[in-house]
Write a protein that binds this ligand. Structure first.
Ligand code: ADP
Ligand code: MG
Length: 235
């Protein structure tokens, strides 16, 4: 298993964001983490990526506990946070070198060029990040998430705010990258999960309400994710 979450809770003051969330994500899969706004998606992803601690429960990534072995866990995790916070006054190469430097990557210069090619940034790579379109900024965000060659990618609403062309390009890029990695991506768009993912989880108000749905099986059975989502989140 690439990710194991066991009875994870998180409270912010008296706000319950996660109420005992458990799930497992198999190596090599692209998994959709679906839920309405405020469901707890970003909170769960911040816990997996060692940004915030859970209130209780356990999470491991590639066998490493995110609390007790966070240094090892982080080596296996690439993270594209919601709203993709970038240093917008940096140039693309400068930024990627900066991130790569934090991971102490060998041959950093060639690794940065490799990432630029992988995510299709070549035409924009000489520019400052602030001058890039949202779609190209997402490519920079993906490049920084990939630069240390992690086994697991955590992408928080990677396609939100993109125009239709950019959307298709970024989805294709994620599927391409996902061939060799475990990907967990959050979204509230059902069609996106049907188009990209092997499995799906649905979270609502801090609870997993549908666990490990097999997207191909659903398609074979003629079931629509949208219906399952409506049923699961109505209760
Ligand atoms: P999602 O990403 O699914 O939209 P979040 O994980 O961002 O959901 O939020 C889950 C719940 O926790 C929401 O009710 C949100 O308002 C609350 N929440 C998130 N972050 C904080 C915070 N730092 N302080 C207080 N409440 C928060
Ligand atoms: Mg969120």
């Amino acid at each position: 298993m690439s990710i194991i979450a066991e009875k994870v809770t998180k409270t912010y003051g008296n706000q319950h964001a996660l109420n005992g969330v458990s799930f497992q994500i198999e190596k090599g899969q692209i998994v959709g983490f679906l839920g309405p706004n405020g469901a707890g998606k970003s909170t769960m992803m911040k816990i997996i990526t060692c940004y915030i601690p859970p209130t209780s429960g356990k999470v491991s990534v590639c066998g490493f506990d995110v609390m007790e072995q966070s240094t090892q866990a982080k080596k296996h995790i690439g993270y594209l946070p919601e709203l993709n916070p970038l240093y917008t006054d940096m140039y693309v190469r400068e930024y990627l070198s900066f991130v790569g430097g934090m991971y102490k990557i060998q041959n950093l210069k060639s690794r940065v060029e490799e990432m630029i090619e992988t995510v299709g940034l070549q035409p924009e790579a000489h520019k400052k990040i602030e001058t890039l379109s949202k779609g190209y900024r997402q490519r920079v965000g993906l490049a920084q998430a990939l630069i240390h060659d992690p086994e697991v990618l955590i992408l928080d609403e990677p396609t939100s705010g993109l125009d239709p062309n950019q959307l298709v390009e970024i989805r294709n890029l994620i599927v391409q990258v996902g061939k060799t990695k475990t990907v967990m991506l959050s979204t509230h768009i059902m069609q996106e999960v049907e188009a990209m993912c092997d499995k799906a989880f649905i979270i609502d108000r801090g609870n997993i309400v549908a666990n490990n749905l097999d997207i191909q099986e659903l398609a074979k059975e003629g079931k629509r994710l949208e219906e399952i989502f409506k049923d699961a989140t109505r209760k």
